[in-house]
Design a protein around this ligand. Structure first.
Ligand SMILES: [Zn+2]
Length: 207
């Protein structure tokens, strides 16, 4: 089966800790000088993510996982479907390859786009005969997201779904106030920082 698809291991390698620096939030000179807190620390991987990662590492289809790292959720374009926890498994099924995905919430309109993108990605790699299956048990939760995903959200000015107080992604302050339950997408809420006054989105924690 060696020639069934072209392989690329490079996609995943780019997903390591993001080193984009602080350009996205150049501090406002006067006010941020008063703020002593630093950027919030990103917690370690969750057990849920560690289990996903172990399954991926043990899979004979690691190249396909790496290939699918190019597929993003249109609602959260910052993140790959792997980092978001939508891509559950790639395995050999009865009639070929089975790709299992879990929607972030039921009726998620992004899922049709994700399915098309997965299919295009596999076809482009020369992979024939596959099916994409939706699985909602166990349901998606933010615990399935990778630490890299949380770091990437934070680097983009979005407070990630981590335990504890919602901290300002710009200055790290926990003195934040909810402005609106809904932001640009339903999975985010809008906050404002009381320390540096920056408005920001929080990717809501879903357990
Ligand atoms: Zn702040």
């Amino acid at each position: 089966m060696g020639g069934r698809w072209r392989t690329s291991r490079s996609a995943y390698r780019t997903l390591g800790p993001h080193a984009r620096g602080n350009a996205a939030f150049a501090p406002q000179p006067s006010r941020s000088a008063l703020v002593t807190a630093s950027k919030p620390a990103i917690p370690l991987e969750t057990p849920e993510y560690a289990a996903r990662w172990a399954r991926r590492q043990a899979s004979p289809h690691e190249e396909l996982y790496a290939l699918l790292d190019a597929v993003r959720d249109p609602e959260v374009p910052e993140l790959s479907i792997w980092d978001l926890g939508v891509l559950r498994e790639v395995r050999e099924g009865g009639g070929g390859l089975t790709v299992t995905i879990t929607p972030t919430y039921s009726g998620c309109p992004a899922l049709a786009v994700i399915r098309e993108d997965i299919a295009a990605c596999l076809r482009d790699a020369g992979c024939q005969g596959f099916e994409i299956v939706e699985e909602t048990r166990p349901p998606w939760s933010t615990a399935l997201m990778s630490r890299a995903a949380c770091a990437q959200l934070q680097a983009g000015g979005i407070a990630p779904p981590v335990p504890g107080a919602v901290r300002c992604p710009a200055c790290g302050s926990a003195e934040t106030v909810l402005v609106s339950e809904f932001a640009s997408t339903a999975c985010k809420a809008h906050y404002r920082c009381r320390s540096c006054l920056e408005p920001f989105d929080h990717f809501k924690t879903l357990e």
